[in-house]
Design a protein around this ligand. Structure first.
Ligand SMILES: [Zn+2]
Length: 474
């Protein structure tokens, strides 16, 4: 399907409005801080969830925790009207730097199948890691409560499974509790490789890791902000991608970065009072999480984490030393804060899950005239209601404006020098759910030299850009 139209931004009176889809609002409303608190308390109760701890003890260790989680995910899948299927990824990890003997690792959760047969392979993946660690990552006996790292993310996987149980998104949603994170991202690596081998196209992945502590080591409290870490230049950049990057300078427009901006925009829309920061790095300095396993397979991925960390409460055997309390204890898990983050996730995953397929083959048309031109192919998707144009000045980091274009596959922006702007287009359904914005993926041809004569008869129009006077919705 190809619809050609010419749209002047000047002719568009209205900016795309940020709208909440009542369906997504309903999903978001199901997130409960009290249930997340109970989940984390239960996880802490297993004493340690170190991947190499006792797997056979019925009350303590990774095995008991895994068994309980499996029951909880199964219960979500058994809810009335549920479309969820339980999901398990079980394998034996060989000896490694943090694995002294071969150990069975089990990633477990649910998958909610998509309803669009044309997009049967596409998925969104959310993970939290249910393993924990004491000070010594090779000590299977020491206590490792792991309330925040990563009981917080694990509780969100369960919460989202329950909230989405009976929903019918266009594409598949995976909510997974992974293990082996503290042993070197071993579980998520297997999961990402497996999904790739099975032909699953992960459109967006989020690792929620260390996302429920609201008091920093400096004592400063912040329960209304969180951070989204995403890579700029993709780790697995292809030669073609590199060529495109060098031609148009899109290192701040990687698929992972667009996903981070999307989660920020939609997350804040659905989780009132939450501010999400798009951090311009893959993770905190020299640290990592399970999103990196997905980046390594070439999937867009990000990490969601709290605003202020307390390192006394990470990777520490509980103890008091020199008057300082160490340990990742339940007392410092802030469930209302974690629920705020989980609502943002529910909003973004819901909106993206319901949204139509994105525009394809987005290209900037190079020209020697003063107008900016962008074209793309419309997806053959019955849900497509309109195309939304994003733009920001080339010296800005965040999208500054969204413009609803209608159902078109080309836009002309009079008097816009494309060198001075970044653009992307997204598709939207009638309820306002949008695909991930797609920046140009085709490099424009090099500019032809300007003809020496005759000179232009009249100067290019000096019409202003549409609506820079109005505050940009975000
Ligand atoms: Zn962690």
């Amino acid at each position: 399907m190809k619809i050609l139209a010419l749209v002047s931004l000047l002719a568009l009176p209205a900016l795309a409005q940020e709208r909440r889809d009542p369906r997504v609002e309903k999903i978001v409303s199901r997130i409960e801080a009290a249930r997340m608190q109970a989940t984390v308390a239960k996880l802490v109760g297993f004493g340690t969830r170190l991947t190499i701890s006792d797997a056979n003890d019925p009350a303590r260790g990774i095995g008991a925790a895994r068994k309980w989680l499996a029951q909880e995910f199964a219960a979500a899948a058994a809810r009335p009207g549920a479309r969820l299927k339980t999901f398990e990824d079980r394998f034996v990890a060989p000896v490694g730097r943090r694995i002294p003997a071969p150990v069975e690792i089990v990633n477990l959760g649910v998958v909610l199948p998509g309803t669009d047969p044309a997009r049967a392979r596409q998925a969104i993946v959310m993970t939290g890691h249910y393993d924990s660690m004491p000070s010594d990552v090779l000590d299977p006996k020491a206590d490792a409560p792991g309330a925040n790292d990563d009981g917080s993310g694990t509780s969100m996987a369960l919460e989202l499974a329950n909230a989405f149980a009976a929903e019918s998104p266009a594409i598949a949603l995976y909510f997974v509790a992974v293990a082996g994170e503290e042993q070197g991202l071993v579980g998520s690596q297997h999961l990402a490789e497996r999904l790739k081998q099975e032909g699953v196209e992960v459109l967006a992945m989020v690792s929620v890791d260390i996302a429920g502590n609201s008091e920093g080591q400096d004592g400063v409290k912040d329960s209304t902000t969180a951070r989204l870490f995403s890579e700029g230049t993709p780790e697995m950049e292809s030669e073609a991608q590199k060529k495109l990057r060098l031609a148009i300078g899109n290192e701040n427009d990687s698929p992972s970065r667009e996903w981070a901006r999307y989660l920020q925009r939609v997350g804040e829309l659905y989780s009132s009072g939450l501010k999400l920061r798009v951090m311009l790095r893959r993770d905190r300095i020299a640290r990592g999480s399970d999103h990196m396993s997905f980046l390594h397979e070439g999937f867009p991925a990000l990490r969601m984490s709290e605003a202020r960390e307390n390192y006394h409460r990470q990777h520490q055997t509980p103890r008091t030393e020199g008057g300082v309390l160490y340990g990742d204890d339940l007392a410092h898990f802030d469930a209302p804060y974690a629920a705020r983050l989980c609502r943002a996730l529910a909003g973004a995953v819901g909106a993206l899950g319901f949204a139509p397929a994105p525009p394809q083959e987005v290209a900037l048309a190079s020209s020697n005239n003063p107008d900016g031109k962008l074209r793309w192919t419309l997806p053959a998707d019955a849900r497509l209601h309109e195309v939304v144009l994003y733009r920001r000045p080339a010296d800005a980091v965040q999208w500054e404006k969204m413009v609803a274009l209608g159902k078109v596959s080309e836009v002309t922006m009079p008097s816009v020098n494309v060198d001075d702007w970044f653009f992307a287009v997204a598709s939207a359904d009638e309820a306002g759910n949008q695909s991930l914005p797609q920046p140009p993926a085709v490099a424009p041809p090099p500019k032809a030299p300007l003809p020496k004569s005759p000179p232009p008869k009249s100067p290019p129009p000096k019409a202003p850009l549409p609506g820079p006077q109005a505050p940009a919705p975000r």
